[in-house]
Design a binder for this molecule. Sequence first.
Ligand code: NAP
Length: 262
Amino acid sequence: MELKDKKVLITGGSAGIGKALIKELLTHGVKDFAVIGRSQDKLNALKDEFKDADFILVSADISRLEAIERLVKEVSKTWDHIDLLINNAGVVSADPLQDMTDEDLVNQININLTGLILLTKKALPLLLKSEDAGLMNMSSGLGYIAKPFYSVYAATKAGVRHFSEAMRRELIFENIHVMTIYPTATDTDMMTSARVDRMDSPELVAQKSIEGLLNKEINVILGGEQRIKDIATNFNHPLEIDKSVRENYEAYKERTKEHRAM
Ligand SMILES: NC(=O)c1ccc[n+]([C@@H]2O[C@H](COP(=O)([O-])OP(=O)(O)OC[C@H]3O[C@@H](n4cnc5c(N)ncnc54)[C@H](OP(=O)(O)O)[C@@H]3O)[C@@H](O)[C@H]2O)c1
């Protein structure tokens, strides 16, 4: 895929991994970005930070149907097609299930999964107009290996993984490369309230994601060889992962108890 002059619609491009993706795409000659995020201030800051880019900025909540329809309408006023849709916006709330507020439970599903699927549906006609399109969905390492206290978040991210796989097969005869990204802990605002020792940089995640897009990879899994081994263990011998959870249960609980970025 040649990225120069592509038109990119990205959700959650105003911070963290999404912003790093914009920065990375600019180095590949992309200039046109449509970005949705809730905070207008964070969106406006993109214009100051990336002066060479042309932005369509929509301040709205991706979990709301009318926001998605407004976004697609705004985009189609200026562009006649979309080359790359990056479904990146996401939130997290860690808690034992019975302690999680109903609001956090529902909002994680609506933002991370329902919004992502709805936007894909509504943007698909514009993506299909591109001669060489990409659909990049942001899952998480927890989309492959579920961990305690992330039951809802992990369910949304496994949902993203499966949605991607189904869409890749559904669009098999179309010019749309469908791929999924699985970051591990990454140093962004989302992780400020989590207690994690080592994190990837958002720039690394962005670089690997775009490299994967250019190489037409279907899954970009961060976290190195150990992560690949752990995924295989979780598939073939899930009780080995359970054993490690049993041994480290209190530590998991401690590390995640404040983790919330909604
Ligand atoms: N950081 C990690 O360790 C990690 C690991 C694995 C996967 N991920 C995934 O990577 C993606 C990006 O995460 P990040 O770490 O970059 O998060 P982040 O720094 O918190 O940024 C999230 C972005 O999404 C936007 N956003 C959040 N809720 C939204 C909503 N309802 N409607 C529209 N925009 C919304 C935010 O802008 P506003 O707040 O202004 O709306 C922001 O631009 C997420 O899907 C996350 O689940 C992250």
